[in-house]
Every structure is written in C-alpha cells, then in structure tokens.
Design a binder for this molecule. Sequence first.
Ligand code: UT7
Length: 320
Amino acid sequence: MTARIVGTGSYVPEKIVTNEDLAGIVDTSDEWIRTRSGIRSRHLATDMGTSEIAVQAALRALEMADVDVLELDCILVATSTPEKHFPSCACEVQGAIGAKNAVAFDISAACSGFVFAMSTMDAFMKSGIYQTGLVIGADVLSKVIDWKDRGTCVLFGDGAGAAVVRAEEIGVIGFSMGADGSRGDVLSCLSRSTGNFLTSTEPQMGYMSMNGQEVFKFAVKKVPECICQVLQENHINIEDVKYFMLHQANVRILEAAAKRLGQPLEKFPIDIEKYGNTSGASIAILLDEWNRKGMLTRGDKLVLAGFGAGLTWGALLLEW
Ligand code: UT7
C-alpha cells in the first residue's frame, strides 16, 4: 500500500498586501521585488491563526475527497509557525473538525515541511499502520517577520494547503529527504522565551533572519540533486514527469532548477506572484490550484520538492 492523494484544499487569508503597499513601509519598490523574486502580492492573516487557516484548507480537501472526518486515523500538520508550543496545531485542527479517531501531531521542517509530512504519512501507510490521513502545510510567517527588515518582509505570505490521503495500490512512489543542521544559522527564527530559571519573565519575540544568497545557492544545488536521486532510485525517466511542484520561494530558483534538470519551465507550476513564499504551505497550495484547474490526470507522475530552514530538503515522487 502507498499514500494516494484523493482530495486537496487550500486557504489564504483575505487581506492582500501588494508590493506598492510594502514600498510605503520599507525602502523597497515593486520593481525590485518583482524582478528579484517574481512576487507581486501576498495574503496576510490579520485575524486568523495558523490552526484556523489550516482548518479551512482541511475542510475543503475533505469535501473534495468526500471523506468523513471520523474515517481519519492520522493528521499531520507541517508548520514552523504554530500559535502555541503546545498543544500542537495538528491537535487543534483535530479538535476543530471533530476527527476524534485520528492521532495528530506537527512536523517541523520549515519550507520542506509538506514533503516531509507526506513522506511520513506514506511510511505509515506502507507499513499498514494508518489508512486514511490528512496532511496539511500551514504557516503564518507574517507573525515572525521583522516588518522593518526589507531583506525578508517582502518575500513571505500566509496560507495553508491540505491533502486527504488513503492507503491504496497507486500513489507515492518514493521520496528522498535530507538535513544539514550545521547550517541552521543561514535561515532561523528564535522562539518566544520567558528566560531562564529565576531570571527575566518578559516574553521575547524572535524574528526571522536570513542570508538570502546562501539559501539561494543551497536551493539551486540541493533541489535538482534530490529530485534526480528519487527518480534514479525508482527507475523513472525525468522526461516522464509531468510537473515538478517546487516550494515557491523565488521564480529565479525555479528557473535555475529547471535549467539544471534540463527541463522546460512549463513543467514547473508557479503561483508565487499571488502568494509570496508561504513556507510549509506553498507546495500544498500549488497542488490544490493545479488540481482544481483540472491540470492533473490519473496516471500523471509528479514530483513535489521543498527546501528551507534546517537546512532541510526533500523530493517526493508520486503517481496521481
Ligand atoms: O523558503 C526559503 C526561504 N528563503 C529563500 O528561498 C530566499 C532565497 N534567496 C533569495 O530569494 C534572494 O537571495 C533574495 C530575493 C532574498 C535577494 O535577492 P538577491 O539577488 O540575492 O539580492 P541581494 O541580497 O544580493 O541584494 C541586492 C541588493 C542589496 O543592495 P546593495 O548591497 O547591492 O546595495 C540589498 O541591500 O538589494 C538590496 N535589497 C533590497 N532593495 C530593495 C535587499 N532587499 C531589498 C528590498 N528592496 N526589499
């Protein structure tokens, strides 16, 4: 058995913030943001938390899959911006949708999170442990961004994407994941802390910090490498892949990955112009968009690939 996606859903908050809006806050311009990243606007959560947007994406995926919540036996949420240290975002989703038969927990792998969570769900299904799962990628990075730092604040957006999966004969073919914890400082965000024993109890807010060029170089090397690895290990010819659904961080990263893989850019769906980098949600939102547009046909081979803080990276090969 393997994990087969039988329904997808996504949700982005209502508020749209354009590049022009941001040019009124930090020293930047629409032209810089568009040409350096491909982003034109992003949706930001003003009155919703991570679990609330995750729930909206989940309900849409469940509706498409026509799966009753009581059938779910496992819920995984990939997020690096949960509202609480505990309970997990996955438990909050489980409670909100009433999936009382499902175990629920979060997976923290930043922008690789959805690929890591899908791979984990697949491993559970291959080993016969769970039969009906919900995999969600949800992030609200706007809450951990320093809105005075033009190097990061223009790049990110908020959103959630979800997939309902069932243990079936056809679905995930294989995956490849990796991590390099020695390079964690390239992209990091401190958690809230109340200080050490008997010292300061004032909550400190951690902001995201990023060395953009280092992340860029890492991504254009690692993403093609892990895609080639998963294809080779599963004896699939790269020409037979219909779409490479990559984490939406920068159009230039997608272009560089396509070039390195020797594949046309048309095989790399792009929606970053509308949403910015939604971290763990981006691949799931893209998948839902392409699914709802009717671009995916049973039998298509797809590669989902993510990269991000950790550093982490991963590629998942599946048959639709
Ligand atoms: O999910 C994974 C998370 N992160 C990523 O994937 C990020 C990967 N990296 C990138 O996407 C790119 O490196 C960036 C978009 C972050 C930056 O593009 P870049 O071409 O690497 O620009 P840069 O960092 O070399 O900066 C070029 C210039 C600098 O000015 P000087 O030193 O040349 O005078 C920056 O200070 O652009 C300046 N700059 C800006 N200017 C206007 C940096 N941010 C901005 C801004 N608006 N928002």
